[in-house]
Design a protein around this ligand. Sequence first.
Ligand SMILES: Nc1ncnc2c1ncn2[C@@H]1O[C@H](COP(=O)(O)O)[C@@H](OP(=O)(O)O)[C@H]1O
Ligand SMILES: [Mg+2]
Length: 349
Amino acid sequence: MAYDKELAAAKKAASLAARLCQKVQKALLESDVQSKSDKTPVTVADYGSQAIVSFVLERELSSETFSLVAEEDSGDLRKEGAQETLERITKLVNDTLASDGTYNVSPLSSEDVLVAIDSGKSEGGSRGRHWVLDPIDGTKGFVRGDQYAIALALLDEGKVALGVLACPNLPLSSIGSNSQHSSPDKVGCLFSAKVGAGTDMQSLGGSPPIKVHVSATENPEEASFFESFEAAHSMHDLSSSIAKKLGVKAPPVRIDSQAKYGALSRGDGAIYLRLPHEGYREKIWDHAAGYIVVTEAGGVVTDAAGNPLDFSQGKYLDLDTGIIVTNQKLMPSVLKAVRESLDEKASAL
Ligand SMILES: Nc1ncnc2c1ncn2[C@@H]1O[C@H](COP(=O)(O)O)[C@@H](OP(=O)(O)O)[C@H]1O
Ligand SMILES: [Mg+2]
């Protein structure tokens, strides 16, 4: 079947990367967290995860030309004073690969790790195949000890062909409106989707996959909604006004990363509103995997004007204002409420 080999490689890559991230998050050192030039945090686990995914994809799919569009690059790690950090990342990568046992290779050198990280420098686009990776989506959540995801997708001729979301801290049972029923010890979800084949969820520990579907609710009053934990990433006041218009009763469920797409794909909530502050440009790695996980589970993802997302334009999504995710039945009323709230906000200025 089309993309079977690629999906298996993506699941393996994201699961191994998740193993590295879990180890780092469990005992995060102050020196593990640094600040990038755009003032956002990056950790040894972001770099290690990117190196692992790049290594595993190249190994598993060696016969194919390899293009990877990924969030991190090795620039800061090549600077003077970064030696200790680079050694820590190299050890984490080697220990993780060794723990898997399938790669019978001599340990990677620091230079190998830098090269693996930098294979993520592709720009993407509308022609051919491009892997798209966020090695840690929700780095702020990761540092806080909360939710994060390893998000990996494959674009083929500008369209998302498959996607995998590894969410190491997401409970296997429902969160959100039914959170009191979830058992906190069973965490770690792997969502995977392939175009035309639906969305699967399994435990990161390797349980058999089950098919998941978005909520079928038609009644906004029963629909709880997701948004970013970080108020800087999405306007909480605007989503609260949208929710009020819709008659949503439950308080917002605020979690970091594309774990929101994963949770929505299995019906934990019915709406995800992402309304960034003016001037922010969304990157494809923050949405490609989540997009296919939700759409293959029966959901819809659009910008705030109701347009479909276009992943073929390079690293950035060219969007009207925000991203709206819900089921097909609710989408018209959600878009109407979004439009009205945006208009009210504009006229209040
Ligand atoms: N000012 C901003 N507005 C909107 N999104 C932002 C932002 N700054 C960072 N982000 C993005 O929000 C992502 C986290 O998503 P969420 O808000 O759903 O948790 C970040 O991913 P990284 O953590 O990979 O950098 C980053 O890409
Ligand atoms: Mg990231």
